[in-house]
Design a protein around this ligand. Structure first.
Ligand SMILES: [Zn+2]
Length: 412
């Protein structure tokens, strides 16, 4: 890390703002790390502003996004980077965490009935599910968990080293196809951090969670229901804290219309509704606050829309990763399927090389994973008519027996 970044981080962490309890038990480093990223280069902040504009435009262009009711599955790899044995969490602990994440994103968590009546209409089933990857970047079968011993015994979590095998951490799997989750010891009480889309080098894209607060079996109260990961995955899909994007401000816009502006974080607290820190009662049970795990229980519809926009615009590779494919066949390397011309307008030609000789079936999905076209592609036929499809990004899957090839294309 360059010296100016260190200085800025120190200023951020030790500022007198009530927001800034960054080293306190249960706090999140995401906003602080983004401000360090912004401070490194003016272009970084400009890129963030531009992305936010793209999100706003996409949401205007897709007013029905909340009615689409389409489930998407996000492939996950969990990298356990451990020094002492208690940091080397069990498979069962990891699975408990992914199950908790899925409950929270599908609004299947047990707190739903306890959400105050005024916020009940805002509760969102985000319709995202997360799977431990079954195919690794080399196309080999995996349980979606890596385990790496590190000599770092002071806490590699929250440092850039965790993202690099050569520095005592673990290299990311292709961040366009996998949500990378690193689990490790943190030097302080920080519970975790997450990359906003487009933030930092791709090798560092993903989320990091303090091993003490990962899972629901042996994690430490009051962060033992897996909500640290739910919160950080919210950042990963571009959600802000309810008090706004800047660490030292509050009552700022979080770019979500249905979350009331806030100033208090409720770190280490479990308030009783209603509590007001700006003008309206705080939606402190939202996953993007800092309350105890047991006091959280919802994302809002506005947050769902913003996450789906981020998924489609800024993390589209996750939608066609294929890294969770098991039932439908072996997923083979996407590079083996070539599509041309790309962008396409009328005919899309496929070139599967020596793979998949003979008759094949094809499926075209849009970015929300919805099937928009399918059919049979007889042997010696290499063109698929796509002129009827609306302009946009698509994924073509070509299947034969247990083999599946897939590739992206853009329809003009
Ligand atoms: Zn956060």
């Amino acid at each position: 890390m360059k010296a100016p970044s260190v200085i800025l981080l120190i200023i951020l962490v030790f500022s007198s703002s009530p927001k800034l309890s960054a080293q306190s038990l249960g706090s999140c480093l995401a906003s602080q790390q983004r401000q360090v990223w912004w401070a490194q280069n003016a272009a970084h902040h400009a890129k963030w502003l531009q992305q936010n504009q793209l999100i706003e435009t996409w949401l205007k262009d897709n007013p029905g996004v909340l009615e689409q009711r389409q489930l998407v599955t996000i492939p996950v790899v969990v990298h356990i980077v451990w020094n002492s044995p208690e940091e080397n969490l069990s498979d069962a602990e990891i699975i408990s965490q992914i199950e908790a994440l899925n409950r929270d994103f599908r609004a299947l968590n047990e707190e739903i009935p306890d959400i105050p009546a005024s916020f009940q209409p805002l509760i969102a089933d985000v319709e995202m599910e997360f799977c431990l990857a079954s195919v690794d970047p080399d196309g080999q079968a995996t349980n979606g968990i890596t385990r790496t011993f590190t000599i770092n015994d002071v806490g590699i979590g929250g440092t850039s080293a965790i993202h690099y095998s050569a520095l005592g951490g673990k290299d990311a799997w292709d961040p366009e196809k996998y949500l990378n989750i690193w689990v490790a010891k943190f030097a302080g009480g920080v519970s975790g951090t997450g990359s906003f889309p487009g933030q930092g080098p791709p090798e560092e894209d993903g989320v990091e969670i303090n091993y003490r607060f990962f899972g629901t079996l042996a994690a430490e109260p009051p962060y033992n229901l897996g909500r640290t990961l739910t919160h950080e995955v919210g950042h990963y899909f571009n959600l802000e804290h309810p008090w706004g994007p800047n660490v030292s401000d509050c009552c700022e816009d979080d770019f979500v219309a249905d979350t009331p502006e806030a100033c208090e974080t409720y770190l280490g607290l479990c308030p009783v509704h209603p509590v007001v820190s700006c003008d309206e009662p705080d939606i402190f049970m939202d996953y993007m606050f800092y309350t105890d795990d047991a006091c959280m229980g919802m994302f809002t519809l506005g947050q769902k829309a913003r996450m789906l926009a981020a998924l489609n615009l800024l993390r589209p590779g996750l939608l066609s990763s294929g890294a969770c494919t098991t039932a439908t066949g072996e997923q083979t390397d996407e590079m083996q399927l070539k599509l041309y011309p790309n962008p396409a307008s009328g005919q899309l030609f496929v070139q599967p090389g020596g793979h998949l000789a003979g008759s094949r079936t094809f499926v075209i999905n849009d970015l929300l994973g919805r099937q928009v076209l399918s059919g049979l592609l007889p042997e010696n036929v290499v063109a698929i008519p796509v002129g009827q499809l609306p302009a946009g990004h698509y994924t073509l899957q070509l299947r034969q027996d247990r083999k599946v090839l897939s590739a992206h294309f853009l329809k003009l």
